[in-house]
Design a protein around this ligand. Structure first.
Ligand code: ATP
Ligand code: MG
Length: 167
């Protein structure tokens, strides 16, 4: 269930956010939304996005995790009121080791691998990773995944990763 994953991730991020002076808001999640994923991997992807949101947001800002159903898919959005990504850096955002100029200029640490990993995970599950960002205003990263429409299948569908299950 998406709601369980989001709750677990927000519990892990909460101490990091409060240490940074960033308020973490989790908007209520429809308790019935199901996706067919490797749970550990989806958690890792959301933790990467959430820790970016916290890391690139100055104290006093807000990071919000929200979930929205749109037709046959679900979009999990991680939004922040942080430094944003300069337009000229946006095209390379998912490249390995790429870090935006403002992140480097402010000496915010990181290797630039997080988003490359997130993209691999999301695309490996038939999903899409997107973003929208304005420098100095904030960033929203979105993971869109196909929903499992009820009644839930009892077995893994063929063609999906062996470790995937419906959660
Ligand atoms: P790592 O995740 O490997 O520790 P990182 O956080 O620097 O390092 P990525 O998560 O891959 O690397 O992100 C790549 C770059 O994209 C970041 O260095 C930063 O410039 C930019 N970025 C990512 N998320 C945000 C965000 N929420 N706000 C502003 N910039 C961001
Ligand atoms: Mg990162």
């Amino acid at each position: 269930l998406v709601s369980e994953i989001v709750r677990g991730v927000s519990e892990m991020l909460e101490p990091v956010a409060s240490a940074q002076g960033v308020r973490l808001v989790v908007e209520e999640v429809d308790p019935c939304l199901q996706v067919h994923v490797d749970r550990i991997q989806l958690e890792r992807a959301l933790i990467n996005l959430g820790s970016n949101a916290v890391k690139f947001t100055p104290a006093g800002g807000v990071a919000t995790i929200s979930t929205q159903r749109d037709g046959q898919s679900v979009t999990i959005a991680v939004a922040d009121t942080g430094i944003g990504i300069p337009e000229q850096d946006q095209a390379k955002l998912f490249d390995r080791f790429f870090r935006a100029s403002n992140a480097n200029a402010q000496a915010i640490p990181g290797t630039g691998l997080g988003l490359a990993i997130v993209r691999a995970i999301v695309e490996g599950h038939g999903g899409e990773l997107g973003f929208e960002s304005t420098e100095g205003v904030g960033t929203t990263m979105t993971i869109r995944l196909p929903l499992v429409l009820s009644p839930a299948p009892r077995r893994s569908r063929p063609g999906n990763a062996a470790r995937s299950s419906t959660v």
